[in-house]
Write a protein that binds this ligand. Structure first.
Ligand SMILES: Cc1cc2nc3c(=O)[nH]c(=O)nc-3n(C[C@H](O)[C@H](O)[C@H](O)COP(=O)(O)OP(=O)(O)OC[C@H]3O[C@@H](n4cnc5c(N)ncnc54)[C@H](O)[C@@H]3O)c2cc1C
Length: 497
């Protein structure tokens, strides 16, 4: 089997399959393989199986630019998203490039050979690949284990303790008292979804999160799809959604008080004037300092209003045999406790990177255009937006990588490396106060205050930069392919050497 490629992609989730599409479209002469640890396509949308699993941004922007989302619901359930990614893989001939059950453990760059050697594990055996360019589409969290704080007395609890990342397929929660610990997107999805069968569902949060309700179906988008070609309707809706997201994010950042008032007002309208909004729905931070939680069709608020769900804002003192004892002294009895406490962030799918014999420490890297990294040659990774749908940026990064790969081959260049100058002001990779970013700050790369080392979280900016910006910008250092590596394409004219 072929093990030498021009490009190796790690991961066959939304980003990896999208990367495969762009490589086929923009670099048709380049060979590539996608190494995927699991035996399925879809990544996040295959892994998470908890009740109600759904997107928390609309599918017009979470979907690919090149493949219209045609389902009725804009806020889609996990299986529909998984189906969409699988359909894409089949429609565009990506599946045959995927090597399933290949876990990438290490990648080693040799400047002498201008190649990455990628070491993976397949069925317990080591397998090696080589490539000229490595693209990590491995997501941003560990698939092995979700994040679980070390709660006191956890082993005392006699009921079922479940992490949403490891949902038991046969879990029957009919008539059970369920407590969901957490207030992020997963908790906000699980709580209303489980009220279908549970006796009662309690969301136990340490502190509240901003939430906004939107209709699960976008009536205007569905109308447009009935009256115009699907791709045109999709493009218009996608643009509308991008503009709205950017406008709302900027508004929240520039006028936090006004935005806060409006967001809380909308929830108050649902829960009524007597509900204790201050305790349960008024966060301690400003809107969009953390990701906003989406509540489709007010489902969470309706569940509370109808008494099927409730919110408790308190801190866990200890687990007990019957449930939880809280710092306030209150006890919460439960048959099932779900720890929606988050993810363990990791970079590059946990794979170790080495450059010319030196191990790369991800926490010491600086992100170049949010895609490549200081002093790491011929390598890029996909990291989506925190303030908008992931795929918007994934699409742009993949297209940029294709331009770069073409550039390398067109000019017979062997190596491209972003080099950071000595003068710079460090900033965190993501300026969000969310717990999972704070926990991972030592392994997350940094950014600086200046382009191209600054992450703008702006689709409009990235569109201009990644799609149309010059490849040679004085920051990327290019080197010719070593003689013994051999030119596959006739060189045109020299670029920076
Ligand atoms: C529950 C949940 C809901 C979300 N909802 C939204 C949303 O609504 N909107 C949004 O914008 N974002 C959302 N996100 C973020 C989400 O992860 C992205 O939108 C998107 O699915 C990421 O796609 P990806 O392909 O980059 O990564 P993933 O979906 O994580 O896929 C990564 C793939 O890489 C594989 N892989 C990882 N490491 C290795 C390795 N070492 N070797 C080989 N293969 C490897 C994995 O098996 C997986 O298949 C959500 C995340 C979660 C957890």
């Amino acid at each position: 089997m072929q093990n030498e490629f021009d490009v190796v992609i790690v991961g066959a989730g939304l980003s990896g399959v999208g990367a495969g599409y762009y490589l086929k479209r923009d670099c048709p002469d380049r060979s590539f393989a996608i190494l995927e640890n699991r035996d399925a396509i879809g990544g996040t949308w295959d892994l998470f199986r908890y009740p109600g699993i759904r997107s928390d941004s609309d599918m017009f922007t979470l979907g690919y630019a090149f493949k219209p989302w045609k389902e009725q619901k804009a806020i889609a359930d996990g299986p529909s998203i998984k189906k969409y990614v699988n359909e894409t893989a089949d429609e565009y001939g990506i599946r045959e490039h995927i090597r399933f059950k290949h876990k990438v453990k290490r990648a080693t760059w040799s400047s002498e050979n201008a190649r990455w050697t990628v070491e993976a594990e397949h069925d317990g055996k080591p397998v090696r690949f080589t490539c000229r360019f490595l693209l990590s589409c491995a997501g941003y969290y560990s698939y092995d284990k979700g994040y679980l704080p070390d709660f006191k007395g956890m082993d005392r609890f006699k009921g079922q303790l479940i992490h949403p990342q490891h949902w038991p397929e046969d879990l029957d929660y009919s008539g059970k008292r369920v407590v969901v610990i957490g207030s992020g997107a997963t908790a906000v999805t699980l709580v209303p979804a489980m009220t279908d069968k549970a006796a009662h569902v309690t969301m136990l949060q340490r502190s509240p999160t901003y939430m906004i309700s939107l209709p699960a179906e976008d009536a205007m988008a569905n109308w447009m799809r009935r009256h115009m070609p699907a791709s045109l309707a999709y493009d218009i809706t996608r643009l509308r959604k991008v503009l709205f997201q950017q406008f709302f994010f900027r508004l929240a950042r520039t006028r936090p008080e006004k935005t806060k008032e409006r967001l809380l007002g909308l929830i108050r309208e649902q829960l009524g004037p007597d509900y204790d909004m201050e305790t349960h729905f008024t966060p301690r931070y400003n809107p969009w300092e953390q990701r906003l939680c989406l509540v489709p069709d007010n489902d969470m608020f309706l569940a509370i209003k109808h008494g099927k769900a409730s919110v408790v804002t308190d801190t866990i003192d200890t687990f007990t045999e019957k449930g939880l004892k809280l710092a306030s002294g209150k006890e919460l009895e439960a048959d099932i406790i779900i720890t929606a406490t988050g993810l363990n962030l990791q970079m590059f799918g946990g794979a170790e990177l080495n450059v010319d014999g030196k191990k790369v420490e991800t926490g010491k890297l600086y992100a170049y255009k949010g895609a490549m990294y200081s002093d790491v040659p011929n390598f890029a990774s996909v990291f989506g937006y925190t303030n908008a749908s992931w795929t918007l940026r994934a699409d742009l990064i993949c297209q940029y990588v294709c331009r770069l790969v073409n550039y390398l081959f067109d000019y017979n260049l062997g190596q491209v490396t972003p080099r950071l100058g000595p003068e710079h002001q460090d900033k965190p990779f993501v300026d969000f106060s969310s717990g999972y970013f704070q926990r991972a700050k030592d392994i997350l790369p940094k950014q600086t205050a200046m382009a191209p080392w600054k992450q703008n979280q702006s689709y409009a900016h990235d569109l201009m930069d990644l799609r149309f910006g010059a490849i040679e910008d004085g920051v990327l250092e290019f080197k010719r392919a070593p003689q013994h590596v051999g030119a596959q394409d006739a060189p045109r004219e020299p670029a920076l050497v």
